[in-house]
Design a protein around this ligand. Structure first.
Ligand code: NAD
Length: 286
């Protein structure tokens, strides 16, 4: 069994972006990410701070818009309109969850698809379906990078994704399909889950239940990617995979923490860099 080191893979990607950003900056373009945070959710604050730190590391500008919990939908949409129109802003990220009185879908729809670095806008979701990749959804794209880092081909492999959320399960299935895997998506109503998982050469766990995937659900030598982030009563983070039990059976496995988590931010940096590159091309072409 080999552990896939998400920290190392994400650092390699961030270092590549850092180098390319230094070159891009010579042409006067510094990739710029606008980060919107609404209210005082401590977890959101940690995520936003980590994203800002990553921007600093790779040489991007990040501009934070911290809005009060009571902000109105129209005020938030007004800010997004201004950021959409600002040619100095390459990426816009609105940290979720939003307060209940604001419709998250309306906010995702409002962010210009060209600046939608989370790839939550329906245009980008649709592009993933058609295999025309502009912005890649960060966590699923990070999963694909982790699999690629093993050097094993995805083509023709049997992949099973547990979880069908819009953020992780569904887009991950589409990326695996696009890479020529034969994909099964499982969810809370799936029958014979264990049998289906046991057929997987690549098993992705995105359930949100600590230790959900046990050794008897895993095929000998499978690549197991654990997306889950579950905080226990002891304050420790645990994945959706029973790491100790499964590690003896898997060919490759990601740890939690240090697997998918760091990759999500690295892919956010990649999307922002690519958006800035498009700005450079637009400016060059007039
Ligand atoms: P979600 O709650 O939206 O979806 C969970 C999915 O699990 C659902 O589709 C549900 O059908 C499925 N499920 C629930 N119980 C099941 C069961 N008994 N059998 C089979 N399927 C079952 O969650 P999400 O947003 O997709 O996140 C999943 C996990 O990944 C969470 O722990 C979340 O914190 C984590 N996550 C991590 C990252 C990262 O950067 N590493 C990013 C996003 C989410």
């Amino acid at each position: 069994m080999k552990i896939i080191d998400g920290k190392a893979v994400s650092l390699r990607i961030k270092d590549e972006i850092k180098e390319k950003t230094a070159k891009l900056s010579e042409s006067g373009i510094i990739p710029t990410l606008a980060v919107i945070i609404v209210g005082n959710d401590p977890a959101s604050r940690v995520y936003v701070n980590n994203k800002k730190k990553a921007c600093e590391y790779v040489g991007f500008n990040s501009v934070e818009y911290a809005l009060d919990e009571s902000v109105s939908r129209n005020e938030l949409l007004g800010l997004i309109d201004r950021l959409n129109a600002d040619s100095g802003v390459d990426g816009i990220l609105c940290q979720l969850p939003l307060p209940k009185h604001i419709d998250e879908n309306a906010v995702m729809n409002a962010i210009s698809y060209e600046k939608d670095v989370d790839a939550f806008n329906p245009i980008n979701v649709g592009r993933i379906m058609s295999g025309d990749f502009g912005m890649l959804p960060c966590t699923p794209a990070g999963i694909m990078e982790l699999i690629a880092s093993t050097g094993e081909s995805v083509c023709g492999k049997r992949a099973v994704v547990i979880g069908r959320s819009n953020i992780v399960g569904k887009p991950t299935a589409m990326l695996l399909l696009n890479a020529d895997a034969t994909v099964t998506v499982c969810h809370s109503k799936t029958k014979n889950l264990k049998d289906i998982c046991r057929q997987a050469d690549i098993l992705i766990a995105a359930v949100g239940k600590a230790g959900f995937v046990t050794a008897d659900m895993v095929k000998e030598g499978a690549t197991v990617i654990d997306v889950g982030i579950n905080r226990g009563k002891d304050g420790k983070l645990r994945g959706d995979v029973d790491f100790e039990g499964v590690a003896g059976k898997a060919g490759y496995i990601t740890p939690v923490p240090g697997g998918c988590g760091p990759m999500t931010i690295a892919m956010l940096m990649k999307n922002t860099y690519n958006a800035a590159l498009r700005r450079q091309n637009t400016e060059t072409c007039g």
